[in-house]
Design a protein around this ligand. Structure first.
Ligand code: SF4
Ligand code: SF4
Length: 563
């Protein structure tokens, strides 16, 4: 039998000789479950249905945790599956609840005795208690929040520089063995008390004991897991984030592993931020061009007297960029090449191109750091570092007054916040939807039959302030097609598109906390119409580097010079 909730009386099931296992499937997709349950039901509930419909039909036991899980149970029952739903009280702090749950346990014993034609074995019950907690001494990272699938937990562990504790809703099941008694009613009263006295999940009425999860001097960081369409845990995340000194990263999963690369990037940046404050954050005031919103790069002489050079490679979805610096942190050369299907080849090409411009050879490069989505595939790297850390490094180097980086790439967009020392204090990413990314602008340019250069300049020549309200790229495209059909001026439509991008990203970065100075990096920073839309939204000037694409590679080269 499989169970879903830590309040499930698994020791009682063991008393009937049943083997139990946590029901925690990773879904590949939701093709089958979508036929039976709406896609706005929590992903965990859908993953159970998907798994059951594919190849499982062993009985499951659920609790009345929430509407989603009850709906999943109902669907499975309708489809003829064996599902038992325990009525779990909301209160964990009063006698009535414990009495209510005792009755549920007695009812379960009764039903199992009849169904299995077997007596409840008290000895087996007592023997099955296992505290099973993870013993970690010393500093650790805690995964908190909603349940997490084992594949994602393994990913978090494998990327972490510290041991990881699973403190999610089902990760910390610890039920104390009740005192010895042969009276089943009394035993179930004691057992009910023990089950409801565990460190509570957020669904319970009294969650004060959850403090134990955060008041620990060894806690170094929290990865806060939420599941799509589950509302229980968002509130706790917001409170923790503002109340704690340790860094907190929120991840949201749909119970598939389709976003593994993006999650890896988030984890990588989070761990780097947690432990690499020792990387010094150099600044170079000479790159800061006073009140001019464009940042000039230093003159790139073909060679300097230095003999030590470092390279940074940034493999983005659209372009692969290489930067070479010398030991004085002068930019010696850079190159931008399109990212082909073979990431490693594009990286080599970008570096060769940057070397060619200087007359240097590969042997002259002392160390190379790789960043970007394809960073792990670059064999000649000394290290790989996430693009979040590298962009922060590069942007702060270009202008140490920068506190907010707006990075809109081909496939994703990020808002990265820095402190006065250039450390990443927070970041948010949109990597799920094309809206608010370079891809969105390309789609709109196609619909309007404009080049990207025209998209940039048209946005400055608008008359009518048109709002594109759809936040989804597909619906926004339909909206644009309707505007074309109603003879709206192209310039006004482009301005509306630019505003919709700025609104989406500013909302992503939660405007209240966005601090000046702002810098825009990566390709979309070349679109002056989008830059102006951001300036209007933020009521602030946006710094645009002379070469916005190379900020990440520059940061990688700087890190190479320090490791
Ligand atoms: S949130 Fe609480 S009640 Fe719901 S499954 Fe998790 S542990 Fe059980
Ligand atoms: S993830 Fe949230 S909505 Fe889904 S079953 Fe758990 S508590 Fe309920």
């Amino acid at each position: 039998m499989k169970y879903a909730c830590k309040y499930t009386p698994i020791e009682l099931l063991a008393g009937f000789g049943m083997k139990v296992e946590l029901l925690n499937p990773t879904a590949e997709n939701y093709e089958l479950s979508d036929q039976y349950i709406h896609s706005n039901v929590c992903s965990y509930s859908r993953s159970i249905i998907e798994e059951r419909l594919r190849d499982c039909c062993d009985p499951i036991i659920l609790t009345s945790c929430c509407d989603s899980i009850e709906r999943a149970g109902d669907v499975l029952k309708t489809l003829g599956q064996e599902v038992y739903i325990l009525n779990l009280p909301h209160h964990n702090d009063n006698c009535c609840s414990k009495l209510l749950y005792q009755k549920e346990l007695l009812k379960l014993i009764d039903e199992l005795s009849k169904a299995l034609n077997r007596e409840f074995d008290v000895e087996k019950f007592y023997d099955s208690f296992d505290y099973g907690g993870e013993e970690i001494s010393g500093p650790y990272v805690s995964v908190m929040g909603a349940r997490i699938n084992s594949d994602l937990l393994e990913l978090i562990k494998s990327e972490s520089p510290l041991p990881v504790k699973n403190n999610t809703c089902t990760g910390i099941r610890s039920v104390e063995k009740p005192p010895q008694t042969d009276d089943i009613e009394e035993l179930m009263a004691l057992y009910s008390d023990a089950l409801l006295s565990q460190i509570p999940c957020i669904r319970m009425s009294d969650i004060s004991k959850r403090r134990d999860l955060i008041e620990d001097p060894n806690l170094r960081g929290i990865i806060y897991n939420t599941v799509n369409f589950c509302d229980f845990y968002t509130f706790e995340y917001s409170k923790l984030k503002s109340a704690l000194d340790v860094p907190v990263l929120k991840i949201e999963t749909d119970y598939t592993m389709l976003a593994t690369e993006q999650i890896k990037t988030r984890l990588g940046a989070f761990y780097e931020n947690m432990i690499t404050k020792k990387i010094k954050t150099p600044t170079c005031q000479t790159y800061y061009a006073g009140t001019d919103t464009r940042v000039a790069l230093n003159d790139r002489s073909p060679m300097t007297s230095s003999h030590i050079y470092y390279a940074g490679i940034d493999t983005g979805s659209t372009s692969t960029n290489a930067v070479i610096i010398d030991d004085k942190k002068n930019i010696i050369s850079f190159a931008i090449v399109p990212t082909g299907v073979k990431v490693a080849e594009s990286a080599q090409k970008a570096l060769d191109e940057a070397l060619r411009k200087t007359g240097l050879e590969i042997g002259d490069i002392s160390k190379t750091v790789a960043t970007g989505y394809g960073r792990a595939r670059i064999d000649f790297r000394a290290e790989d570092v996430t693009e979040i850390t590298c962009h922060a490094k590069g942007a702060y180097f270009l202008n140490p007054k920068v506190r907010t980086i707006i990075d809109i790439g081909g496939q994703d967009s990020k808002v990265i916040r820095l402190d006065e020392k250039g450390n990443v204090t927070d970041f948010v990413m949109n990597d799920k939807c094309a809206a608010g990314t370079g891809r969105f602008i390309e789609m709109m340019a196609q619909s309007l039959q404009l080049s990207l250069e025209e998209m940039s300049s048209y946005g400055l020549k608008w008359d009518e302030d048109i709002a594109i309200s759809s936040m989804c790229s597909v619906f926004a495209q339909s909206e644009v097609v309707s505007l074309i059909a109603s003879d709206k001026k192209l310039e006004d439509i482009v301005h509306g598109i630019n505003n919709s991008i700025a609104s989406k990203i500013v909302a992503l970065g939660r405007r209240g906390k966005l601090e000046r100075e702002f810098i825009m990096t990566v390709g979309v920073a070349r679109n002056i119409g989008v830059v102006r839309a951001f300036e209007d939204k933020l009521d602030a000037e946006i710094i645009v580097p002379e070469e916005p694409d190379i900020c990440g590679a520059l940061g990688a080269a700087l890190i190479a010079s320090e490791i």
